[in-house]
Design a protein around this ligand. Structure first.
Ligand SMILES: Cc1cc2nc3c(=O)[nH]c(=O)nc-3n(C[C@H](O)[C@H](O)[C@H](O)COP(=O)(O)OP(=O)(O)OC[C@H]3O[C@@H](n4cnc5c(N)ncnc54)[C@H](O)[C@@H]3O)c2cc1C
Length: 558
């Protein structure tokens, strides 16, 4: 059997696996990524890239490419609710266009002080960009149309078999290519073969029943060039219907004619055998009339999961993304959480591959990411309850006083709901790793974790506070690609202890001095140590104990 030796084998080329290949590729770690699909996603899938994910894309140098994808730059990104698309409008949250977002972000402060704002773009476009950049690294070998068949851990390596499709070996026959890797990452999605083979079960809840976002959903990727001609309201990005016949949501994919439409099934319906005719029928129900529609694809999926794997690691094998957590898509958190898993794991795997041994480093992946997955799935469930349990009664579509009263009540609920689900700086920026062995904590209490509010804090364990610099750059743009020691204020203390300790430990650390007193005040300290994944590892007034701090932040034992 032909054999490949690599450092990291990644199973799965969705957003998680591709982001990991980027993180590993930029660090020169030999990576083989296999995905059994012929290429990146054809279906739109996730629709929203959160601001934190955009900040990570900016760190990797391609946020602007992602922002150029999806809706035209001047297309609204509103979320709006209707009885039917051609019926009454019930509620709306207006959000900036992509062009406005780039300008506006420079004026925002407090909770929304960020290098990037969210971007409404279908996952299929993001995956293509992630793939192109991943393929640009000489140490990456990205293979679509290849499947991971089996693996086992042997001492200090993982031995796996991958094979090209569509010709998998006959049952019972060992064929394909042997891969010997230092680590395997299962970024292989909700039905993860890697998680299954490791025997890792799910925790959390599943099977939630709601009129909307709880139960089977019918997804249709469609082209409706006449939609905007018959749609009587202001354009939006996300269109949601609330009526007693069928709840649905629809995201604009290209701002013109392509849409990702998702309809909730009613009690007793089973869409497994639904056809194109059914796709047209349910779309017409949501629209409130028939128009010509081209069906590009359709299928079912299940809403109502809030599942987190009981463990994210066994020895040299890790799971990440949907393989490790399954969301109901309210809040748009599944793909974004998957990307952050990769960001967290990437630099740690790179360090582990290069050595020396740092026992707490790889352990910290599960310790840091699993609580975040529990947190984020809970937020998504809460959003799903708020919108999905709202009763859509027939009177909502009645002319007359009773109908008007019902629509006013719906408007009140949905206007509050949409701000709760879609204005989420706290969910986006507020995730913290306080219990991590890599964080040099201060023992204080960080600001409360609230979905709709975020209080910037340099308290170790969270995202560094963001600021725009006088020269127009984002503070984050000045961070080094690996470790950054921020020296803040006009006269910061000596940083020599850190630079010497970093050199002795073989760490790539750069001191970045910003003299502005405002930054010193924002960080409430003159020194702050920023990890490669842009998390505050430590802050302080003096560089004393630098070696101990760096050792802990990198998972070394004493
Ligand atoms: C219809 C739909 C709508 C969605 N809407 C949203 C949304 O609005 N917001 C949101 O945040 N999320 C949404 N999601 C979820 C989002 O798409 C996922 O959270 C995201 O794709 C997770 O990324 P991932 O890389 O972890 O997994 P995936 O994207 O599932 O990628 C896993 C990859 O692994 C490959 N694979 C599996 N087994 C093997 C194997 N043995 N060998 C090789 N390759 C393998 C698969 O081919 C696949 O490409 C939606 C999902 C669906 C299906």
């Amino acid at each position: 059997m032909h054999e490949i030796q690599t450092d990291v084998l990644v199973a799965g080329g969705g957003p998680c696996g591709l982001m990991l290949a980027n993180e590993l590729g930029r660090r020169g770690v030999r990576t083989l990524l296999v995905d059994m699909k012929p290429g990146t996603a054809f279906n739109p899938q996730a629709n929203a890239t959160q601001a934190r994910t955009m900040e990570h894309f900016r760190r990797l140098g391609f946020a602007h490419e992602v922002r150029a994808q999806g809706l035209p730059a001047d297309h609204p990104t509103d979320i709006a609710y209707f009885t039917r698309f051609t019926g009454w409008e019930l509620a709306r949250l207006s959000l900036p266009t992509a062009a406005e977002a780039v300008r506006k972000v420079r004026d925002l402060s407090g909770a929304w002080s960020a290098a990037e704002l969210p971007h409404r773009v279908s996952q299929k476009f993001v995956e293509a960009i992630l793939r192109r950049h991943a393929e640009g690294y000489a140490t990456n070998d990205i293979r679509y149309g290849w499947k991971l068949l089996e693996f086992e851990e042997n001492g200090d390596e993982v031995s796996a078999v991958v094979c090209p499709l569509p010709n998998p070996p006959p049952e019972g026959k060992r064929a394909g290519v042997r891969v010997r890797a230092k680590y395997l990452v299962g970024a292989d999605g909700p039905r993860s073969m890697v998680r299954g083979a490791l025997g890792i079960g799910w925790g959390g809840a599943t099977g939630a029943r709601r009129a909307f976002m709880g139960g089977q959903m019918f997804a249709v990727y469609l082209r409706a060039p006449g939609f905007h001609d018959v749609f009587p309201h202001a354009r939006a990005w996300m269109y949601v219907t609330v009526n007693a016949q069928r709840r649905a949501f629809m995201a604009s994919v290209d701002g013109q004619s392509e849409f990702a439409f998702h309809a909730a099934l009613q009690e007793g319906e089973d869409a497994e055998h639904w056809t194109e005719a059914d796709a047209r029928r349910v779309f017409a129900q949501a629209l409130g009339r028939e128009i010509p529609v081209e069906i590009l694809s359709f299928g079912t999926w299940t809403a109502g999961h809030s599942l987190v794997a009981q463990s994210f690691r066994r020895g040299r094998v890790f799971i990440a993304g949907d393989a490790a957590h399954l969301f109901t898509p309210t809040g748009g958190l599944g793909y974004n959480t998957a990307v952050e898993d990769a960001v967290n794991l990437g630099w740690k795997l790179a360090n582990a591959v290069r050595g020396p041994e740092a026992p707490a480093l790889l352990d910290s992946y599960e310790i840091e990411r699993r609580p975040l997955a529990v947190r984020n799935t809970s937020y998504a469930r809460h959003f799903a309850d708020s919108v999905g349990l709202f009763p859509a009664r027939p009177v909502l579509e009645n002319d007359g006083l009773a109908g008007e009263a019902a629509r006013r009540a719906a408007a009140q609920h949905l206007n509050a709901h949409v701000r709760m689900e879609f204005n989420i700086p706290g969910v986006t920026f507020g995730g913290r790793y306080d219990r991590s062995p890599l964080i040099v904590g201060e023992g204080g209490t960080p600001p409360a974790d609230e979905p709709n509010n975020y209080v910037p804090t340099a308290s170790p364990g969270g995202r560094p506070p963001h600021a725009w610099l006088d020269d127009g750059r984002s503070l984050f743009d000045t961070f080094h690609r690996e470790w950054t020691l921020l020296a803040l204020g006009p006269q910061p203390p000596s940083t020599t202890d850190f630079t010497e300790a970093a050199q002795a430990l073989g760490l790539d650390l750069r001191v970045v001095h910003h003299p502005a007193p405002a930054l010193r005040a924002l960080y409430e300290a003159p020194l702050a140590l920023i990890r490669p994944d842009q998390v505050v590892a430590w802050r302080g007034r003096l560089a004393r104990g630098a070696e101990r701090i760096l050792r802990k932040a990198n998972g070394f034992s004493w």
